[in-house]
Design a protein around this ligand. Structure first.
Ligand SMILES: Cc1cc2nc3c(=O)[nH]c(=O)nc-3n(C[C@H](O)[C@H](O)[C@H](O)COP(=O)(O)OP(=O)(O)OC[C@H]3O[C@@H](n4cnc5c(N)ncnc54)[C@H](O)[C@@H]3O)c2cc1C
Length: 328
C-alpha cells in the first residue's frame, strides 16, 4: 500500500478534491490527493509520503495566481490552515504571520495596531505563502521589501529559517527552491497611525475599483511587465482587448486581466494566454512571460477558435509605458 493511501485511510489526506472552488478562476479538476495541513508536522508527514510514493506535490495558497487544469492535478495538493493562519505583532513592530494568513487581513490588522508598510497587501487577494513565493507587489512596494525571514519546510532538511538576504527576490521572483513549502514569514513594519494607514488602503482600493475588472473571475495580471513597459499596454496596443477563446476573454477594461465566463474551461484560459502571447510577439517582437501559474496538464494544440475578434483599431506603437501603481 502506498504511503499516501495509508494517510488517506487514516483520514489525513483526501482523494479527488475539486480545486476550482479554491481558486479565483473557479476552474479546473480535482487533486488526486489533497490535505489541509494545520501545522508543520502534517506538512512534513504528507510531503514525505508523496516523495516516498514518487508523487508530485504543490502548495496552494488562496489560488489567486493559479489556473488548474481541467483534468486536475495528478499529485498531492497541500493547502495550509490551522495554526499556520495565525499572526502576531511583537513589541518591536515585527509581524509574524502564518503562510495561510490572507494578505488583506494582514494589512488591516497591522494598520489597526498602528503598524504601517504592508498596506499595499490590502489589494492582493492571496496568502502570505503565495506572496513570499511570488514576491507579490504593487503600488511601489514588494513583499521582499518588508520581509525579514521565512520559515519553510525543505525536503531532506526539515523546517528551516531562511533570512531575507539569503533569498534572491526580484520582480515576481523568489529563489527559494520550488519544492519548499513556506510555513510562515516575519515582516518589519513602521509606526503609522491607523488613520494614515486607512487612508493609504482606501486610495489603493479606490484605484483598483476604477482600473480593474472587479466582479469577474480572474487571477490578476496574466503577464509580467517587460522592462520599461507594461504588458497590458502592449496587449492593448496590438488591439487584443476583448479577444476571446471559448469562455475566456481579454478584459475589455484591463488588457492584462483575462476573465473566465461561466462556460470557460481552464484550457480556454491557457489557449488565450498562448494566442495573445503569439500575437504580441509577432506584432512587437516582445516575448511576454506569464505571471500566472498553470498546474496540471494542458494541451498545446487544442484547436479552439478565436471568438469575439477585437475591434480593428489602429495599432499603437509600443513606447516606454508603465502605469502608475500598475499591479502585476
Ligand atoms: C484581483 C487580483 C488582483 C491581484 N493583484 C496583484 C498585485 O497587485 N500584485 C501581485 O503581485 N499579485 C496580484 N495578484 C496575484 C496574486 O494575488 C498574488 O500572486 C498572490 O501572492 C498569490 O497568492 P496565493 O496565496 O493566492 O497563491 P496561489 O495562487 O495559491 O499560488 C501561487 C504560487 O505560489 C505557490 N505557493 C502558494 N503558497 C505557497 C506556500 N505556502 N509555499 C510555497 N509556495 C506557495 C504556489 O505553488 C504557486 O506557485 C492578484 C490576483 C487577483 C485575483
Amino acid at each position: 500500500m502506498s504511503e499516501l493511501s495509508e494517510l488517506a485511510d487514516a483520514g489525513i489526506v483526501e482523494n479527488d478534491v475539486p480545486l476550482g472552488p479554491l481558486t479565483t478562476y473557479k476552474l479546473g479538476g480535482p487533486a488526486r490527493w489533497f490535505v489541509v495541513a494545520g501545522d508543520s508536522a502534517t506538512v512534513a508527514r504528507t510531503i514525505e509520503a508523496a516523495r516516498a510514493d514518487s508523487v508530485p506535490y504543490l502548495a496552494l495558497g488562496r489560488g489567486s495566481n493559479m489556473v488548474v487544469s481541467d483534468t486536475g492535478y495528478p499529485g498531492l495538493v497541500i493547502q495550509l490552515g490551522g495554526e499556520l493562519s495565525a499572526m502576531e505583532i511583537g513589541a518591536s513592530g515585527i509581524v509574524s504571520a502564518g503562510a495561510a494568513m490572507p494578505l488583506p487581513k494582514l494589512a488591516r490588522a497591522c494598520a489597526k495596531q498602528g503598524r504601517g508598510g504592508l498596506e499595499f497587501l490590502v489589494a492582493v487577494p492571496g496568502s502570505v505563502g503565495g506572496a513570499v513565493r511570488m514576491n507579490a507587489g504593487c503600488h511601489g512596494s514588494e513583499t521582499g521589501d518588508w520581509l525579514l525571514d521565512v520559515e519553510t519546510y525543505r525536503p531532506d532538511r526539515g523546517v528551516i529559517t531562511v533570512k531575507r538576504d539569503e533569498m534572491e527576490m526580484s520582480y515576481r521572483h523568489n529563489s527559494l527552491p520550488l519544492d519548499d513549502i513556506v510555513l510562515g514569514a516575519r515582516f518589519r513594519t513602521e509606526a503609522r497611525t491607523p488613520e494614515e494607514s486607512e487612508e493609504i488602503m482606501r486610495a489603493i482600493t479606490q484605484w483598483r475599483k476604477e482600473s480593474q475588472p472587479g466582479g469577474t473571475l480572474n487571477a490578476g495580471s496574466v503577464f509580467k511587465n517587460p522592462a520599461g513597459t507594461s504588458a497590458g499596454w502592449l496587449v492593448d496596443s496590438v488591439g487584443l482587448k476583448g479577444m476571446g477563446i471559448g469562455g475566456a476573454r481579454v478584459s475589455p477594461r484591463h488588457a492584462n486581466f483575462f476573465e473566465a465566463g461561466h462556460d470557460a474551461s481552464a484550457q480556454d484560459v491557457y489557449d488565450l494566454v498562448a494566442e495573445v502571447r503569439r500575437r504580441v510577439t509577432a506584432a512587437t517582437g516582445v516575448v511576454l512571460e506569464p505571471e500566472i501559474r498553470f498546474a496540471g496538464e494542458f494541451s498545446e494544440e487544442s484547436g479552439t477558435e478565436v471568438a469575439w475578434p477585437a475591434p480593428t483599431e489602429a495599432r499603437k506603437e509600443p513606447t516606454e509605458h508603465v502605469e502608475e501603481g500598475e499591479p502585476t
